[in-house]
Ligand binder design. Structure first.
Ligand code: COS
Length: 419
């Protein structure tokens, strides 16, 4: 087993490097612009699938009961390069494109989502502010540590009074000399208990209400005046924590601002457009796992003298779930390919996030129904997944916010004659 695991680490390194060796010069090869060849990509997916099957799945119950991912598994994630899949090779990451990231996350969806969450903020919303808007100094300082998992990044937008209305953020950042002084509090911040840095959206212009008065910052957790609350007790996703984060007279160097003053909303929304594709892929992976669970159970469980899958009402639940998961996969893949082609994906990301997260909610509900009374018992994975997936329709924008984004984008397009 140990040898097997060592092999995976090696394989990932080999996969990425051999792709590079295949080019005329190392310099000419830029993973960020170039997709993996199909064979290498397939090997990458299979490697992650093995990690999920052999390491994560056997530990799902343990993670749920202890509310923690064993450090040994976190270390394996670091060794596999999972913390750095979206970070350029120039900074020590794997430099996967969005489609490849989505395929990896889809595989990670086949186990408890807390495993994905362990490295998910480094791959997505925690790091992408720096990837997209950071200057060279900021990137050089943080991306190598985030790529290896040596440092953890969290995304701090939500506040007690600012959730869906992201532009109403109240946390203040007042410029004083070479610093901004931050005061305020953030709520439900994923991985805050483990975070070394936060991408924080705060109001630099108190006279401008709404989105235009916001700026984004890298805030180190070690900054005096930054404190992290106790992890919340949640409905699901045990093993992945959310906490409040408070800023009390926290002095953040001007050099830690991401982008220009007033660009905070742009940073947050750009990060979220991408994050919504990541969450869509996760949702599809979980739906596929649930289809697997319900098919296996319904094929074994007998009532009225035959496997329950042969009863048409049960068969329909399995079939509908399979078809919806397949539709989600197609939608997510289309969206990530458009993202990689540099298309503006605000509309499609919102639609995909809405569809995939609602879809996995329906699939999880059917999975419990197919399992009957057993689906309500904690020994069965579907009970856990039913609770785990509920958050997907809430974070990174509720379904209602996605509907609002879709409606507004369509209206904007109609106004400029794009539809
Ligand atoms: N990409 C880049 N920039 C964007 C953007 C996008 N998708 N959407 C908005 N912006 C920028 C624009 O620059 C815009 O400024 P301009 O007027 O110069 O174009 C600015 O943000 C404000 O946009 P808008 O006027 O649309 O903001 P609203 O306050 O009306 O809010 C919604 C828009 C509702 C879409 C936004 O608040 C939202 O997504 N809310 C949900 C937040 C969320 O997902 N929270 C979860 C936290 S993370 S777990």
């Amino acid at each position: 087993m140990e040898n097997g695991r060592g092999l995976w680490k090696l394989l990932i390194a080999l996969l990425i490097n051999s792709a590079a060796w295949g080019n005329e010069t190392a310099q000419a090869f830029r993973r960020d612009q170039m997709a993996l060849d199909p064979e290498t990509r397939q090997q990458l997916i299979e490697t992650v699938r093995r990690f999920v099957n052999e390491v994560c799945r056997p530990n799902e119950q343990l993670v749920s009961e202890t509310n923690a991912i064993p450090e040994k598994i976190v270390q394996e994630m670091r060794d596999l390069g999972l913390f750095g899949i979206s970070i350029s090779q120039d900074y020590g990451g794997l430099g996967l494109n969005m489609e490849e990231e989505a395929l990896v996350i889809l595989e990670m969806g086949r186990t408890s989502p807390a495993f994905r969450s362990t490295f998910g903020t480094n791959v997505g919303i925690g790091s992408q502010g720096i990837v997209m808007f950071g200057n060279d100094d900021q990137k050089n300082e943080w991306l190598p540590k985030l790529a290896t998992g040596e440092a953890i990044a969290s995304f701090a937008l939500t506040e007690p009074d600012s959730g869906s209305d992201a532009g109403s953020v109240k946390t203040k950042a007042v410029k004083e000399g070479n610093h901004y002084v931050l005061d305020g509090s953030k709520r439900f911040i994923t991985n805050a208990d483990k975070a070394d840095i936060f991408t924080v959206m705060a109001r630099t212009d108190p006279n401008t209400p709404g989105a235009k008065g916001l700026s984004a910052f890298i805030v180190e957790r070690a900054t005096p005046g930054v404190s992290v609350g106790k992890p919340e007790k949640k409905m699901g996703q045990q093993g992945a924590n959310v906490c409040d984060v408070a800023f009390d007279n926290a002095r953040v160097p001007i050099t830690n601002r991401l982008g220009e003053e007033g660009e905070g909303m742009k940073v947050a929304m750009s990060v979220l457009d991408r994050g919504r594709l990541h969450i869509s892929s996760l949702s599809v992976g979980i739906a596929e796992r649930l289809v697997e669970e319900m098919t296996r159970y319904a094929s074994e469980r007998k009532q009225f003298g035959k496997p329950i899958i042969e009863h048409q009402l049960v068969m329909a639940m399995v079939a509908d779930s399979y078809a919806e998961a397949a539709a989600g996969r197609a939608m997510a893949m289309d969206a990530v390919r458009k993202y990689d082609a540099n298309d503006k994906v605000t509309l499609l990301a919102a639609a995909t996030k809405m569809w995939c997260t609602e879809m996995v909610g329906r699939v999880a509900d059917r999975a419990v129904q197919v399992f009957g009374g057993s689906g309500y018992i904690a020994d069965y994975a579907v009970e856990r997944f039913y609770r785990d997936v509920r958050i997907l329709r809430l974070y990174e924008g509720t379904t209602q916010i996605q509907q609002m984004v879709i409606g507004r984008e369509l209206q904007r397009m109609a106004k400029v004659g794009e539809i």
